[in-house]
Write a protein that binds this ligand. Sequence first.
Ligand code: ATP
Ligand code: FE2
Length: 323
Amino acid sequence: MIVLGIESTAHTFGVGIIKDKEVLANVKDSYTTEEGGMIPFKAQEHHVKVCDEVIKNALETAGINMKDVDLISFSQGPGMGHTLRVGAMTARTLSIVNDIPLIGVNHCIAHLTIGEELTGAKDTVLLYVSGANTQVIAYEGGKYRIFGETLDMGIGNFLDSFARNMGLGFPGGPKVAALAEKSKNYIELPYTVKGMDVGFGGLMTNLKDKLKKGFDKKDLCYSVQETVFSMMVEVAERALAHTGKKELLLGGGVACNTRLQEMCKQMCEARGCKFFIIENQYLVDNAAMIAVQGKVEYESGKRTTDSTIRPYERTDDIEITWK
Ligand code: ATP
Ligand code: FE2
């Protein structure tokens, strides 16, 4: 079965093509800035501008024609209405014009499914750390349950706005990571874990104050990473202990961070659990995962009757039919 997936929840417009379990193409074009953050309508303009090229490029890379595609899958939510609409319209148009079935999927769950599909992990706790989302998710009783999550902003958005406050561009996570490598001087920072939830707002306020006072940026970057990644590892470990599961999977753009990966690995080794990480191209927002998600749902008999976007859809709204 050949599935073409379309991703457009935020900064990335992507088209992924899979054939059964093999990824034939994973092409994307992401909206970035040198200074300042992401403006939704600018990201939308970006997607409108690049969508046809990305589709053509993906088909060429996969070495197929549109008529070879058996299913079109798209990110239906959650995300920014502006950008979601571009992906949904593109998917619906391709589906109608070429008479190919259409399926809408949940972006967050796609991060988890591609991790399990590529690693062979079966029953994971997912630490999902992206721009907008920060959640600890695990399967229980027919749904993916959110065991813990951010009480304010997502960890990636936090890193991006910290970077923006230092005059660095978007995305800020890799820029913070590069500066952090240059220091080993830990400065005490607020650490907010409440049960299995985390918060970054207080830390952000504290950092803005420290930046004004002229604290060294490298030291702050190092200390920020140590602090927020420790918070994430703490809640992930609590979720493993609570569910009794033995596998931890990382997903989302912030999961590309090698320091976070190292800390997760250490915790898993200490607990006798397995740690799974996939290639960066499948961690960040990508369309191969949307194709994979479409495939498993379609094969389990799921059909999309309402293809309107769902900007606020929650992970635990989705009925899991494929596990
Ligand atoms: P979602 O819609 O799932 O919330 P997203 O739109 O935020 O996803 P992702 O590609 O999953 O997109 O994640 C982007 C985030 O990842 C950005 O905030 C970026 O700064 C962060 N990021 C990318 N690479 C790194 C890294 N090496 N270290 C830390 N953060 C990183
Ligand atoms: Fe994402």
